[in-house]
Ligand binder design. Structure first.
Ligand SMILES: [Mg+2]
Length: 309
């Protein structure tokens, strides 16, 4: 039996201290501060699943970084980079190579990066809409894209739906592409799930020339961006005081509520070991860091520990 499954089978009999100790013995799990992790888990567990919501990034968080054959998979925006005709594709690749340097520059602060990342997103949008994107093309490309959800995402999402735990996917990618992939892999869009990303607007002929505002880019994808939304699911999400936050980028740490707001946030980071990222910085920001783990085993384990009595 896999070690995480063995742990899952005895979850309800464990104290939080023992759970943390067993969790940290799993080979893919790292944690800088087990005492703080234990405290957060205890608060969230005591508050019960009615107070728990999930907030997750999409690219390389819900989706895998690497396929089982070792191939590096695509982000949602990679769909454009891979399927566009040559000229806009080269323009996008050049823009991406320039912007990723700023995104990953450890000498620049979050605030310094913000205007650059906004500009990167706007320049990319200009290129997208120069190509004549249509609803049908987006659907076809999304179905052919080399994007896979992490193993176990379907059963984890079924568990969240069964327990009525709201889940927001927050992404600087494209809503339409994420929804096609979620629909394909989960066989439906679960009723507890909402995608907050950049949604394409189509005309009567199914052609798109704009995204619906607000522009969501990597440094503004934060719950403050959606606080004015009227959607019942978003209102419900915001009323849940405890959050399981998942990301693969240090910028994802800022997706949730302010640290001083009511409730506790448990931050799970997927360390995909790319772009020269430094593990120590992930350990400083995330409560738990998962090393080169292409599955949803640990989030499932954590959710069940927090929910099951
Ligand atoms: Mg990501």
């Amino acid at each position: 039996m896999a070690p995480w499954l063995k742990l899952a089978s005895i979850l309800t009999s464990l104290s939080t201290e023992r759970f943390v100790s067993d969790l940290l013995s799993l080979p893919q799990v790292r944690c800088r501060d087990p005492v703080s992790l234990t405290q957060r888990l205890q608060i969230i567990k005591n508050d019960g699943h009615n107070n728990l919501a999930v907030l997750s990034d999409f690219d390389y968080t819900l989706s895998k970084a690497y396929a089982s054959n070792g191939e590096y998979l695509w982000s949602t925006l990679g769909v454009f980079r891979n399927f566009f005709p040559e000229e806009p594709r080269f323009k996008l690749i050049a823009l991406y190579n320039r912007c990723i340097l700023i995104e990953n520059d450890s000498n620049m602060s979050y605030d310094d990066k913000l205007p650059f990342m906004r500009q990167c997103a706007l320049e990319a949008h200009k290129i997208y809409f120069s190509t004549g994107i249509t609803r049908n093309l987006i659907r076809q490309w999304s179905l052919m894209a080399k994007i896979q959800l992490r193993d176990g995402t379907k059963s984890w999402s079924e568990y969240l739906e069964e327990k009525d735990i709201p889940m927001l996917i927050f992404s600087a990618g494209v809503t339409d592409i994420i929804e096609v992939i979620v629909q394909k892999e989960l066989s439906k869009i679960p009723k507890n799930l909402r995608v907050i990303s950049n949604a394409l607007v189509y005309d009567d002929l199914g052609k798109s020339s704009a995204f619906k505002p607000p522009l969501i880019h990597i440094f503004n994808k934060n719950v403050s961006t959606i606080e004015q939304e009227e959607s019942p699911l978003i209102k419900s999400f915001l009323n849940h005081k405890n959050v399981l936050l998942m990301g693969d980028n240090l910028a994802d740490l800022y997706m949730g509520k302010q640290e001083n707001s009511q409730g506790a946030t448990l931050k799970i980071g997927f360390f995909n070991n790319d772009f020269g990222t430094v593990l120590e910085r992930y350990l400083e920001g995330f409560d738990i860091v998962l090393i080169e783990d292409e599955t949803m085993e640990i989030p499932t384990l954590l959710t069940k520990f927090l929910v099951e009595k």
